[in-house]
Design a protein around this ligand. Structure first.
Ligand code: NAD
Length: 345
């Protein structure tokens, strides 16, 4: 049977394991796969744009397994009570082409985005970083805070969101389950004033410059996840020039990331190169490092690979009746169990 993780399966798994423990394991899987980077098939994701948002397909393979995710990004959705980002994914066996696992990927995307951010920050931020500003307190916010707590030992979060109720929601969720000290700031500048790391996760379909050079202290690491689509940015161009920029897969980030604002030859370093010591990360304590994250298929592959390994132990997930299993593989028709229809008298 194909393994299946629905949203309730995922919630149960996280209640059992805790978000912190799951995030740390996912960081290890992501690091492992980023260190195998040249092995993977890589392409910029296939995007279908509309006035309201984008729907994307994100495939990759390491030659043994194949994975893809369907994901959307619709910043207008929250106004009508819907999530900005939803997703679902498949993990398959390359040798047979059979799907092994089908999963919800709305929660898993938040977890993998936060884990990738934490992997990047662990490689690029100053080791003593303990205080993080979190700009944008929507669906991704708590996952980011908890992954940074688990992977880097962050102890303080300064939250800013123009929607005060979103900031209050995030604070209440975080203090209920973690020892994090969480304060709500009145502006971007106030949130960043004492930050070692700034995570920015806003969702506005438009060219925004929410984070500007005057907000950032020397030595800060910036984790920018909301500029992830053509025509959708959140960092000022002068800030990008002020720092050293690290990306996932350059051809995709040049189209979708905050660096879409820059000239095509604007220098960037791919994170996998830092993780494999092929390129330098932070060079001086006062450097500003910027992770211009858009989300790449290998991160989804890592997340699905972890779920597959968890499902194999039998500890979570359930079977999904998705692929027929005829005793004679040429007799697919026989699996239907059809009987001759007798015409009604
Ligand atoms: P969301 O709509 O739930 O939350 C976004 C929040 O940003 C809202 O609370 C909104 O009030 C706030 N915001 C808007 N303008 C702001 C501003 N100027 N200053 C501070 N806050 C502001 O969205 P989400 O699901 O949390 O996603 C956040 C962003 O992350 C989206 O842009 C999404 O596309 C992106 N994202 C990126 C990745 C990745 O891999 N890089 C993965 C998932 C989501």
């Amino acid at each position: 049977m194909v393994q299946f993780f629905g949203t309730e399966d995922m919630a149960r798994l996280l209640r059992e394991m805790s978000v912190g423990v799951f995030s740390r394991q996912l960081c290890d899987y992501i690091r492992e796969d980023f260190r195998r980077w040249p092995l993977f098939e890589k392409s910029a994701r296939l995007a279908s744009h509309s006035q309201q948002g984008v729907i994307e397909l994100m495939p990759t393979s390491d030659g043994t397994f194949y994975a893809f995710k369907y994901v959307n990004g619709h910043p207008v959705n929250t106004a009508s009570g819907l999530l900005t980002v939803t997703g679902m994914g498949v993990f398959a066996d390359v040798a047979t082409g059979y799907p092994l696992l089908v999963s919800e990927m709305t929660i898993l995307t938040a977890l993998r985005t936060a884990a990738t951010s934490a992997v990047a920050a662990r490689a690029l931020a100053r080791p003593m970083a303990r205080r993080m500003a979190l700009i944008g307190a929507g669906a991704q916010a708590e996952f980011q805070a908890l992954a940074f707590e688990a992977e880097l030992g962050i102890t303080h979060i300064d939250l800013y969101d123009p929607d005060r109720s979103a900031a209050e929601k995030a604070r209440a969720n975080l203090v209920a389950i973690s020892p994090l000290r969480v304060e709500i700031a009145e502006s971007v500048g106030a949130a960043c004033a004492n930050a070692d790391i700034v995570t920015i996760a806003t969702a506005v379909k438009g060219r925004q410059a929410v984070l500007k050079p005057e907000h950032i202290r020397p030595g800060t690491h910036i984790n920018a996840i909301g500029g992830d689509c053509p025509g959708k940015t959140e960092l000022a161009a002068e800030l990008l020039r002020r720092g050293r920029v690290f990306v996932e897969f350059t051809p995709q980030t040049r189209i979708e990331g905050d660096i879409q604002q820059m000239e095509p030859e604007f220098p960037v370093t791919e994170l996998w190169q830092v993780l494999t010591q092929r390129a330098a990360g932070r060079e001086r304590a006062e450097d500003i490092t910027i992770f211009d994250s858009v989300g790449f298929a290998i991160e989804d592959f890592s997340a699905l690979r972890l779920l597959k390994d968890i499902a194999t132990t039998g500890r979570a997930g359930r079977g999904l009746d998705l692929i027929p299993a005829p005793s004679n593989p040429k007799d697919l028709f026989g699996t239907l169990g059809l009987k001759r229809m007798v015409a009604a008298a």
